[in-house]
Design a protein around this ligand. Structure first.
Ligand code: HAM
Length: 407
């Protein structure tokens, strides 16, 4: 028997319904904030992610589904959505328009991680990317948007924020941090010892308990921000406080992708176990330029759809649409014809196999149809349809003409 690959799964039935419901809700809210739908390819040049997410990140270093295609191109399945949107933004010369652009997207992402609860090798993200807006009000607005989505879906979360500084204060902070890390090097895990050279700030969010203890006195970026980053971070906190969105500052929040500066944030659920981040994002003002475009401020986020589905309860499913069935072969021709007219505005399911009334009622109920519409011997003779409203538990007989006209 052929099964899905490890860390990959089919999305069907209840989960598929939840998926549609989540995407519809999130899309509607994001559109109210001015975001428009964008679809970018799932396969991209590997270099795009090496340059944006970062060569030293785990995502690029260990987790890419990378291969050489038949034309000799070094390609990979996208591990995240931001880089592709930025590539689109630059290749369509939107960076030269001096405008403000907002895109929403959703779809599958691929990371060759060790699968566990809430962590898959193929998973879905819903994301938004805003270009051309450098005001910290936009950082706030994007956090407000995410909180609206979770509130609408009744999903509880806690929000953690941090500032990663800018090209003025971050390098100075890094120097300070490296000096500190060199002093405590022997107490750090092997990965962190390597990161001192490749990406020192990633040491701050190491999950190893020895590293955490050794790092308790490490200098913090938020204590080393330049005046512009400091005042933006203070403003962000003020805006969140005034809007009633609860948050905490996590001074060790650095995110696993290299492109961030200034605001970084994560939404966490306490109902998921170890893989508890349900959304993450932040500002990435240097990325457009870094990938060859004109300098453009940018900020965005992505929600992990599978983790949200785990927390999501579907609203009660109302009975909907029409179930058609016949009790004889001749009746089937008739219900097929009526269903065709009904489908102009309604959902209709037709059972082609003649069955007894009781069996039809059972199937209609299983399908969650509102009306069970049956053609038996009498109905065929009189050109009528027997209907049961499964919601109001009411039965009636109507002529076929009336039925189509008055539906
Ligand atoms: P990220 O934090 O790597 O950020 O991923 C965002 C979310 O995707 C995570 O919070 C998590 O819910 C979900 N996720 C990540 N990996 C997995 C996995 N293996 N299995 C299931 N869910 C997963 C980004 O990808 C950035 N592109 C977000 C962003 C957009 N920043 C700015 N714009």
């Amino acid at each position: 028997m052929i099964k899905p690959l490890r860390g990959m799964r089919d999305l069907a039935f209840e989960d598929a319904k939840k998926f549609e419901y989540f995407i519809d809700t999130a899309t509607n809210i994001a559109k109210k904030y001015g975001y428009e739908y964008l679809e970018t390819p799932i396969l991209e040049e590997s270099a795009l992610f090496k340059r944006s997410v970062g060569e030293s990140s785990d995502i690029v270093n260990k987790e890419m589904y990378q291969f050489i295609d038949k034309g000799g191109n070094d390609v990979c399945l996208r591990p995240e959505g931001t880089a592709g949107v930025v590539r689109f933004f630059i290749s369509n010369k939107l960076d030269r328009q001096d405008g403000k652009y907002k895109f929403l997207y959703y779809g599958p992402m691929f990371r060759y991680e060790r699968p566990q609860k809430g962590r898959f090798r193929e998973f879905h993200q819903f994301g938004c990317e805003s270009f051309g807006e450098e005001s910290v009000y936009e950082d706030y607005t994007i956090i407000e948007l995410i909180s609206k989505i979770f509130d609408e879906l009744n999903i509880a979360y806690s929000l953690e924020i941090n500032s990663l500084g800018c090209s003025e204060c971050m390098p100075k902070y890094k120097e300070k941090l490296v000096e500190f890390l060199e002093d405590i090097k022997d107490e750090l895990c092997e990965d962190c010892q390597r990161r001192i050279k490749t990406n020192p700030i990633r040491v701050l969010d190491c999950k190893n308990q020895n590293c955490k203890t050794a790092l308790s006195n490490a200098p913090k970026i938020t204590d080393n921000l330049c005046s512009s980053c400091h005042s933006d971070f203070e403003k962000l906190k003020e805006l969140l406080e005034n809007s009633g969105i609860e948050f905490s500052v996590n001074k060790n929040l650095v995110r696993g992708l290299d492109y961030y500066n200034k605001s970084a944030f994560e939404f966490i659920s306490s109902n998921l176990g170890a893989q508890n981040a349900i959304a993450g994002g932040g500002r990435y003002d240097k990325l457009v330029e870094f990938l060859g475009g004109k300098p453009t401020a940018a900020v965005g986020f992505a929600i992990g759809v599978e983790r949200v589905l785990e927390l999501l309860e579907l609203p009660e499913q109302k009975r909907e649409g029409y179930y058609f069935g016949a009790m004889s072969k001749e009746g089937v021709d008739k219900v097929v014809k009526v269903a065709k007219d009904i489908r102009k505005d309604n959902r209709a399911f037709v059972e082609f196999e003649p069955k007894k009334l009781k069996a039809h009622l059972k199937s209609a109920d299983r399908q969650n149809s509102r009306y069970c519409c049956i053609v038996g011997e009498d109905e065929l003779k009189n050109d009528t349809i027997w209907v049961k409203d499964l919601e109001e538990k009411r039965e009636f007989i109507v002529s076929s003409d009336e039925f189509v006209k008055n539906i």
